[in-house]
Write a new protein. Sequence first.
Length: 279
Amino acid sequence: MSTPNVPRVAATATADVIESHLRAEGCVVVEDVVAAEHLDRLESELRPFLDATAAGTDDFTGIATRRTGSLIARSPAFRPIANHPIVIAALDRVLGDHATSYQLHLTQVIAIGPHEAGQLVHRDQWAFDFFSFPAGFEVECHTMWALTDFTEANGATRVIPGSNRWPDKLRPGYEETVPAEMTRGSVLLYLGSLYHGGGANTTDSTRLGINVGYTLSWLRQEENQYLACPPEVARELDVGLAQLIGYRRGAYALGYFGDLQDPIEYLHPAARDRTGFGN
Ligand SMILES: O=C(O)CCC(=O)C(=O)O
Ligand SMILES: [Fe+2]
């Protein structure tokens, strides 16, 4: 049976439509969300960090692929992407079943260099030490923002639509995947249960994508957000973004500091009054 194509919707699609694709196929491309000028600014803020990043050293991280993190602290232009309303509306729906809140999991530019091989097809939720979650129990959702056009030739992310409903620990082949081609400024949303991987880059140019993950607030974050964005930086952010990073309690008793205080109060002593959180 041939693999179906990636579902795609316009940036005007409703949250209902995006949710229904995520639940059915485990992925969806939302087209042309962020303007080119905004991405130019983001790219110039990150350029020194991208240039200074070393390539990976193994099959999974790739030997011609560079991964640059700490994007909230390093790029003010990245911040409205981390909590883009299209993404937040989708997360509210697909991560709402098993937690009262979710948090940022990782922020990473993935630069797939010329002639990189295809990445091993995997589920991102295997990061939780390969613990198998029950079928349909979604613990994370990722986004991949295209910073260059994503084409089959330059290494567009490969996905298997519908594989979010497959059993765990399978080893699907690259030939079972299809490319999530998209224009610069578009975004691929996909569940942690979707089988996918970075595409092989057969061109002489680099494919740039921004991978931003989100996970239930009672799980450990893949990128250590408190080191990536320490309190002195987080204090300058919108309260909502600081909370998304993890400067809040993840549940009644999770992540408090001091004498049972909510972390947002560490950044803003008046936050309890300003946000209604922390009670
Ligand atoms: O770079 C990509 O397109 C996907 C990378 C990926 O899936 C990963 O590193 O977990
Ligand atoms: Fe992945």
